[in-house]
Ligand binder design. Structure first.
Ligand SMILES: C[C@@H](N)C(=O)N[C@H](C)C(=O)O
Ligand SMILES: [Zn+2]
Length: 687
């Protein structure tokens, strides 16, 4: 297409100048890491909708999908349907709760950040592997975008591949480094509009030249009747359930894609999501239908049939053949926009994993916002260099990895995210298991072939990941304990494991029992059943201490040991209904002292207890502070205290630890029972 080259170059230059200007303007509004990663959560519904869709639909929309429709005919309906259902489900089921939760849970900026806050994971066991996974796969994913941009520029202008690649990559890096998330989303508005316009134009021209729907059907019928059946492959063989399920399964990938989820987190208000959903779905239905029509109509319109990988160029050939050079150049700019826009969104998410989840979390938790912003920018450059390195080898290994990336994210993050938004009983270990099982299934499934193994790896990955979340959340603590038991008894073998399992598993169903039934003479001072508490009013209808049975039994052991020292326990609180937790949180929304009801307190599981020591006459021993005195004096590492208080605090901590209770760092009186995760959060009344 040499006669187009000058005009194409001009159109590309105008487009690139436009996005760079966007980068400069957005850069002025980017003052903190939160601005850089999520645009300060300021997106309106239109911007959110366009941005989420443009981040999703890369050059694949203008090349891959028309190519599939051209080569495989009506079979492409299944993929289109899968994408539509997946996108709609993602907007309806994930967008609103994710937006609300990420703001409520300590202003979580990234997906790993959300998981860490949701499960109160201070050990980083969840955040760090999630961040590495994102960083690794999104770098490859972004690398593939560079490959596509490089190839497009190389084909159009005949430049050397590395030079073409560097120019494409340079443009993305420049506008995203400067303007961060805002630049990327504003550019997405431009990209999304351009993609919409050029697809619609090309499809309309194709339909017109084919003589309308009847003409398209006649052309396909004459060319290859198998193309008219959604059940058949082009060679006339049945597509089979594996083929259909694999195409539909693409839709399952949506709830795990960080580059799309970040758009949901960034909308100004959750209430604007329904409008954004309507805009996004209208855009998507239109462009998917248009992309498919470009493929179908290309069969009748193009002067020569396309073969093999060339089928993916059906949109380019249509544009060049049907339109004037100026309009054709605009269509090609549409491809560049699609490729660069979605690549920028991936680079940004990968760089945010470095800045927020690795640098801030591991190296400099207290660093200033400006420093983090620069770390974000530098890591974007670093990730881009890595992606450029990946793209320099434009062979199939990269593309194969990219094929896995959608499935990898979908299976590793999709089920844990979905379940975490809707199931309060889900545990941190469940989330970890879901990520590991989903990711591993995707990596392994493709290695085998034949029968079930021909199904797209996302489907088994998603199902196994969801099962892993459910099983480990429900029974994980019991299995872990049984494993510990087995290791302890070593050679006593399998019998020990089955005994351990038999003893542990039913604990997930343990009822709440009255502590007085396990310790008949226990002293209670249930403060929330009086108005002598920090809320200043009575919150429980009865002065009872309920706990899960094994927790109560362990406390009875503690009481027994203390009796040998002439001491006893005095209990301030045990099981606390979840609705009361919400009331406490309203009074003091400070996670150091009151657990956020969004995550639930261990009290809500009947697995935490607040208590102190008393002597034989029932007099409280000196302790660092009063119960529920929320100050540094209550912290376990606070040492500026009288000797006696230090001694008593240490004694209480040691006796409790010997019976499987761990103290909360910020409250000397609060203890969690080991394996508290296995008990569900509940909201039963105390009377
Ligand atoms: C409110 C206080 N007594 C308490 O129990 N705090 C912990 C952190 C909780 O709410 O779980
Ligand atoms: Zn407590």
């Amino acid at each position: 297409m040499p006669e187009h080259t000058g005009l194409v170059a001009l159109t590309f230059a105008v487009y690139l100048i436009a996005v760079l200007l966007i980068g400069v303007v957005a850069g002025r509004r980017t003052a903190s890491l939160s601005d850089f990663i999520l645009g300060g959560r300021s997106l309106g519904p239109w911007l959110t909708a366009f941005s989420a869709e443009a981040a999703d639909m890369s050059g694949w929309l203008l090349m891959g999908l028309p190519g599939l429709a051209y080569a495989a005919g009506f079979q492409s309906v299944w993929l289109t349907l899968g994408l539509l259902i997946g996108t709609y489900g993602n907007w309806r089921l994930v967008a609103v709760p994710l937006r609300r939760e990420t703001e409520r849970l300590g202003d979580a900026l990234t997906l790993p950040d959300y998981f860490a806050h949701r499960f109160d994971d201070r050990s980083r066991i969840l955040r760090t592997p999630a961040a590495f996974f994102i960083l690794l796969f999104l770098s490859f994913y972004a690398g593939s975008g560079f490959v596509a941009a490089g190839r497009l520029l190389q084909t159009l202008f005949g430049w050397d591949y590395p030079l073409a690649l560097a120019l494409g990559a340079g443009a993305v890096v420049l506008y995203s480094v400067g303007g961060g998330f805002l630049a990327a989303t504003w550019a997405d508005l431009l990209n999304g509009s351009l993609m919409f316009l050029v697809l619609l134009l090309t499809a309309a021209a194709g339909v017109y030249l084919n003589g309308g729907p009847g003409g398209i059907r006649d052309t396909l019928d004459a060319f290859n009747p198998a193309l008219l059946s959604p059940w058949l492959q082009p060679d006339g063989e049945s597509l089979g359930w594996i083929g259909i399920a694999s195409l539909l399964a693409w839709g399952l990938g949506y709830p795990g894609q960080p580059q799309i989820l970040s758009r949901f987190m960034a909308i100004r208000r959750a209430e604007e999501i329904p409008l954004a959903t309507r805009v996004a779905m209208t855009w998507l239905v239109t462009v998917l239908a248009a992309a498919v029509l470009v493929g179908y109509t290309g069969i009748g319109v193009l002067r020569r049939p396309l073969q093999g990988v060339e089928t993916e160029e059906v949109f380019i050939h249509m544009a060049v053949q049907l339109f004037s050079p100026g309009v054709a150049a605009l269509c090609l700019a549409g491809i560049l926009a699609a490729v660069l826009g979605s690549t920028a969104s991936k680079l940004l998410v990968a760089s945010s994993a470095v800045a927020q989840d690795l640098y801030k979390d591991w190296l400099r938790p207290d660093c200033r916002d400006r420093e983090l912003l620069w770390v974000g920018r530098c890591s974007l450059v670093g990730v881009s260099v890595a992606a450029y390195g990946v793209a320099l080898d434009p062979h199939n290994t990269v593309l194969a990895l990219v094929g896995h990336a959608w499935a990898g994210f979908g299976a590793a993050f999709g089920p844990p995210l979905l379940l975490s938004l809707y199931w309060r009983g889900m545990t941190r270990d469940g989330a970890l298991a879901g990520m590991a099982v989903g990711g591993a299934t995707v990596l392994l499934w493709g290695r085998w072939h034949g029968g079930w193994f021909d199904v797209y790896e996302l489907l088994p990955g998603f199902v196994f990941s969801a099962l892993a979340v459910a099983v480990v959340s429900r029974w994980g603590a019991g299995v872990r304990k049984a494993w510990k038991t087995l290791r302890r008894i070593g050679g006593r073998g399998l019998l020990g494991l089955s005994a351990g399992l038999a003893w542990q598993t039913p604990h997930a169903e343990e009822p709440l029992v009255d502590l007085s039934s396990a310790i008949p003479d226990v002293r209670l001072d249930i403060r929330y059943a009086t108005d002598n508490n920090f809320a200043g009013r009575r919150l429980y209808p009865a002065a009872r201490c309920l706990l899960r049975r094994p927790v109560a039994e362990r406390l009875a052991e503690v009481q027994k040991e203390l009796a040998g020292m002439g001491l006893a326990l005095k209990v301030f609180d045990g099981y606390r209904p979840w609705s009361v937790q919400k009331l406490l949180w309203e009074v003091l929304p400070d996670e150091r002292y009151v657990a956020d009801p969004a995550k639930g307190s261990r009290h809500n599981r009947g697995a935490a207890v607040d208590l102190t020591l008393v002597d034989a006459e029932g007099r409280e021993l000196a302790m660092p502070s009063a119960f529920d005195e929320f100050s540094e004096k209550a912290h376990r590492d606070f040492m500026d205290l009288p000797e006696e208080a230090l001694r008593n605090r240490a004694l209480l901590e040691q006796v409790m630890a010997r019976h499987g209770f761990t103290g909360l760092p910020t409250e000397w009186w609060h203890f969690d029972y080991e394996g508290w995760e296995r008990f569900p959060i509940s909201d039963v009344p105390l009377d």
